[in-house]
Structures are given as structure tokens and as C-alpha cells.
Design a protein around this ligand. Structure first.
Ligand code: SAH
Ligand code: SF4
Length: 348
């Protein structure tokens, strides 16, 4: 069986050729699965019934299926998805007034082992293929808006679900190139953010990519010792080397490098931490997202209280570092940052 999703237009043209069909059939399939988000070969109505039957016997669009959808009171939807081999991943849909954001996974589990993150508890099972990564976006858009219907506003995409994108670099980049194509899904790289815990060699590779989304760095600590404890990859890729890579990162004209900082009560949230953060970011066109820690029973942390987060933010802003406090989304269905893999308490 061949899986169509994850193939580029050229690869689908080649596929058409190998099954004895004209190359333009490959392009028709491409338009249908990406442009119209057809998830079933029966919906590729550009093709004759005979050709659809033939395709059905040798290929499918994707093997990803919805296992469950959890609906939050704030409009957030969390999707539990099953991949072809039975492994499960999650994606989250977050509506906003002017745009929607879809948070997607790129690995089954994660190997980085951050101490404050539920996904870390799974370890890593495997990286997802480009087709599996793209399937999440199509499945979510179809569930929310119906197959083939244009979403009413733009879609932002964040690689902030399960997994470390820069430990599955090639498939993630392939999925981004596929999704960027205007004849397909048409999700501009400007609207895509890849988040990394700091896999330094890939930051340098990413900087060279011709099609390059926004980059976010999950910092969450301001000293080597503290960061190694919270984000263990720091023992290999140190904070000092990470900041060097960030300084060398070629930003676009209006682009800022985003730094994510999870606020952990009494751990990394002091005024001193804030002042060290300002120093670390000195000379980088940066923006900081302060993320109140999202709890799970298994995690040994509490979020910093809001007044602490506000004081921390003020220190940054007073030094001209733009800093924003991330509003938790879908906490009631365990859909917030770092909660994926936790079992939801409520199923609405
Ligand atoms: N692996 C990538 C992307 C997925 S995690 C990365 O770490 O960047 C997405 C974001 O959620 C990261 O910034 C991470 O620091 C944050 N995060 C993880 N666990 C969290 C939790 N329990 N509460 C709040 N944010 C969390
Ligand atoms: Fe992996 Fe990101 Fe969670 Fe760290 S925060 S364990 S890198 S998913």
C-alpha cells in the first residue's frame, strides 16, 4: 500500500507513472489531497471511477485516524490521533478572533526529557513522517470546517505538540515545504513556528533553509546548572553555545526570535532570573513568551503566581525586551502546553 499524503507534487507525478497512468493524474491527485483536503480516494472525483477503484486497491491518502476529540469550554479542541502503526499522537486546535492556531506533533513522545513536561514521560517511540505530520493539519481543518471548505480565517501552525522538531529535522522540513505550496494547503512559512529545546546544529541548518518558518527557542532557564536540570539536552548543547547560535541566526527584516520561558514557582522565576534573561538576550532581536506552567498530577512543579509573572515581565519590558504572558488554552481538557500525553479529566 502506498500512502499519498506526504508525497510532493513531483513524487505523485512519478507515482502516477509507475502505475501506468499519465503524469497529469499525479497532479490531479495532488490538488485533491492538499488543495481540497480529500482524505478518501473516493473523493478524488477528478479521476474516473475505474481509476479510483484501481487506486483504492494499491494506495490510501493517509492512515491517520481520529480516536477522540475533546472540547474545551474556551473553544480549544484536542485531538487524539492514531497513526498507521497504532501509535498515538495529539494535535490541538485553538480558535482566536482573527486567526486559528493548530498545534501539531512531530514525534511519538519525546527524547529530550524536560522535567516540567508530560510528553517527556513517554520517552520517544519514533519520529513522524512528513505525511503523518501533514495529516494532522488536514484532519483538524476538516473536523472543524468540513472537508474542502476554506477556513474563514488564516491558520497559524506551531510545532509545539509532542516531540522535538529538530530531532526529526528532515521530515519536519519536508512537511513544511509541502504545506507551504499555494497549489496545495497554502500555509505560508510566515505563519508557521518551529519550537526547539535547543538542538544547536539544526539551528544552524535551519538558518540556511530557503523555505524557513519562524523559530522559537524553549529557554526556561538562565544558568547552565538550572537549565541542565530542567531541559537535560543542555548538558550536550549548553546555554552558552545556544545563545551563540541565536546571536548568529539571520533574522528577516521584521522578524524576532521567540524565546519560550515556562514559569515555575520558586524555581526559575526570581527577579534575578529576569535580569539574567535580559543579559542573555542582549543584542538579539528577541521576544519572550512567558508560559505559566500547566500542571499534571505527575509533574513536580507549580506555576508561578500571576503577580510573580507580572513582576518578571516588567523587568524584561523595562529593559526593552518585549515580553508576553501566554494565556493557557484548553487546560480543562489537558490540551495546554506540556500537558499532551496526560489523560484529560473531562470529555465534553
Ligand atoms: N519540543 C519542543 C516543542 C514542544 S513543547 C520544545 O520544547 O520547544 C512546546 C512548549 O511547551 C515549549 O516551550 C515547552 O517549554 C513548553 N512546555 C512544556 N511543558 C510545559 C508545561 N507543563 N507547562 C507549560 N509549558 C510547557
Ligand atoms: Fe520534549 Fe519539548 Fe516536552 Fe522538552 S518540552 S520534553 S523538548 S516536548
Amino acid at each position: 500500500m502506498t500512502t499519498l499524503l506526504g508525497k510532493t507534487e513531483e513524487e505523485l507525478v512519478e507515482f502516477a507513472r509507475t502505475i501506468g497512468e499519465a503524469p497529469f493524474r499525479g497532479r490531479q491527485i495532488y490538488r485533491a489531497v492538499y488543495g481540497r483536503r480529500a482524505l478518501d480516494i473516493a473523493q478524488v472525483t477528478e479521476l474516473s471511477k475505474d481509476l479510483r477503484d484501481k487506486l483504492n486497491s494499491i494506495a490510501r491518502v493517509t492512515e491517520t485516524r481520529i480516536v477522540d476529540v475533546f472540547y474545551s469550554t474556551d473553544g480549544t479542541r484536542r485531538y487524539l490521533l492514531k497513526l498507521g502503526d497504532g501509535r498515538e499522537v495529539e494535535a490541538v486546535f485553538m480558535p482566536e478572533e482573527r486567526r486559528d492556531t493548530i498545534c501539531i506533533s512531530c514525534q511519538v513522545g519525546c527524547a529530550v526529557g524536560c522535567d516540567f513536561c508530560m510528553t517527556a514521560r513517554l520517552g520517544v517511540k519514533r519520529g513522524m513522517t512528513a505525511g503523518e505530520i501533514v495529516s494532522q493539519v488536514i484532519i483538524v481543518l476538516n473536523e472543524v470546517y468540513g472537508a474542502g471548505n476554506e477556513p474563514p480565517h488564516g491558520t497559524n501552525l506551531v510545532f509545539m505538540g509532542m516531540g522535538e522538531a529538530f530531532l526529526n529535522y528532515n521530515e519536519v522540513m519536508k512537511s513544511i515545504r509541502i504545506m507551504a505550496d499555494e497549489n496545495g494547503l497554502g500555509i505560508s512559512p510566515k505563519r508557521v513556528t518551529v519550537s526547539t529545546s535547543g538542538v544547536i546544529p539544526r539551528i544552524y541548518d535551519f538558518a540556511e533553509e530557503p523555505i524557513r518558518p519562524r523559530l522559537a527557542i524553549s529557554l526556561s532557564a538562565t544558568t547552565e546548572e538550572q537549565r541542565t536540570r530542567l531541559v537535560p539536552i543542555n548538558s550536550k548543547y549548553t546555554l552558552a553555545e545556544l545563545m551563540k547560535a541565536c546571536r548568529a541566526y539571520p533574522l528577516g527584516e521584521r522578524e524576532r526570535l521567540t524565546f519560550e520561558y515556562v514559569m515555575l514557582d520558586g524555581v526559575n522565576d526570581s527577579d534575578e532570573d529576569a535580569r539574567r534573561l535580559v543579559k542573555l538576550l542582549n543584542g538579539i532581536r528577541a521576544k519572550v513568551n512567558l508560559i505559566p506552567h500547566n500542571p499534571a498530577p505527575e509533574l513536580p512543579y507549580r506555576s508561578s503566581p500571576m503577580e510573580r509573572i507580572l513582576s518578571f515581565q516588567k523587568i524584561l519590558i523595562d529593559k526593552d525586551v518585549p515580553a508576553f504572558i501566554r494565556k493557557p488554552r484548553g487546560q480543562d481538557i489537558s490540551a495546554a502546553c506540556g500537558q499532551l500525553a496526560a489523560r484529560p479529566q473531562a470529555n465534553g
